[in-house]
Design a protein around this ligand. Structure first.
Ligand code: GDP
Length: 228
């Protein structure tokens, strides 16, 4: 998938205020400072789209960005762009439109109890009730040991049948060997609870590692909607 445009649309305090219509949505969530804003900027190729900041826990609204993308270039020998199957989700030439949704970071200890409860309600309201959310990308800093708060959140996603994938961030901060060892360790931890592991990606906003894989994954999901 090649992203043509990405623009900020709206920030919502509640799921009811999110944009109407039935464009597919892909949401991103993670603990404060995990690198979510940087990843969103890296994926969309728009440096200032999501605000990056060293101050954790700033975004407390559900942010919608409208992304317009052309389909992935066909592999050699697979025909031309005209071969992209017609789909109600795509415009002329196979263009796809979807919302990238930036959910508030969770687990920031400095918030008060009341604010934390509100935040949790907002996040769970969106995740449980937003029918057009096709996949939730849960961001995990690849440098860290599995943390209880993330494991509990993953368990909750599973209990509620939410489609999700794990995006390990900041891969450039570790050697290749150490990064994949940490990913393995994380997946081993998840295997204790899960028979089938969720899809996962190893990314870096600095080197753009994982960008193509993530965008192709989104594109595959959108393509599957058209043929469903
Ligand atoms: P957010 O709070 O989850 O939105 O996190 P940010 O995107 O604001 O990133 C938090 C800090 O981590 C910032 O100082 C970023 O520059 C840094 N950061 C984010 N992603 C990466 C990455 O892939 N590599 C490196 N080296 N630093 C990163």
């Amino acid at each position: 998938m090649t992203i043509k445009t990405a623009e900020y649309i709206i920030s919502s305090a509640r799921v009811e205020q999110c944009p109407e219509g039935n464009l597919p949505e892909f949401a991103f969530i993670g603990r404060s400072n995990v690198g979510k804003s940087s990843l969103i900027n890296m994926l969309t190729g728009r440096a200032g789209l999501a605000k990056t900041s060293a101050t954790p826990g700033k975004t407390v609204l559900i942010n919608h960005f409208l992304v317009k993308a052309s389909p992935p270039a066909p592999l050699r020998g697979e025909g031309s762009l005209a071969a992209v199957p017609p789909s109600p989700r795509r415009g002329a030439g196979g263009e796809a439109a979807w919302y990238l949704v930036d959910l508030p970071g969770y687990g920031y200890a400095k918030r008060g109890m009341k604010q934390r409860d509100e935040l949790q309600r907002m996040i769970s309201g969106y995740i449980l009730r937003r029918e057009q959310m096709m996949n939730l990308f849960l961001l995990i800093d690849v440098r860290h040991e599995p943390q209880r708060i993330d494991l509990d959140f993953i368990e909750w996603l599973g209990e509620n049948g939410i489609p999700f994938s794990i995006v390990f961030t900041k891969a450039d901060k570790l050697s290749k060997g150490k990064a994949s060892a940490n990913v393995r360790k994380y997946l081993d931890e998840l295997s204790k609870q899960w028979e089938e592991l969720p899809p996962h990606f190893l990314t870096s906003s600095e080197t753009k590692q994982g960008r193509e894989e993530l965008l192709d994954y989104i594109d595959e999901i959108i393509a599957s909607l058209g043929t469903a």
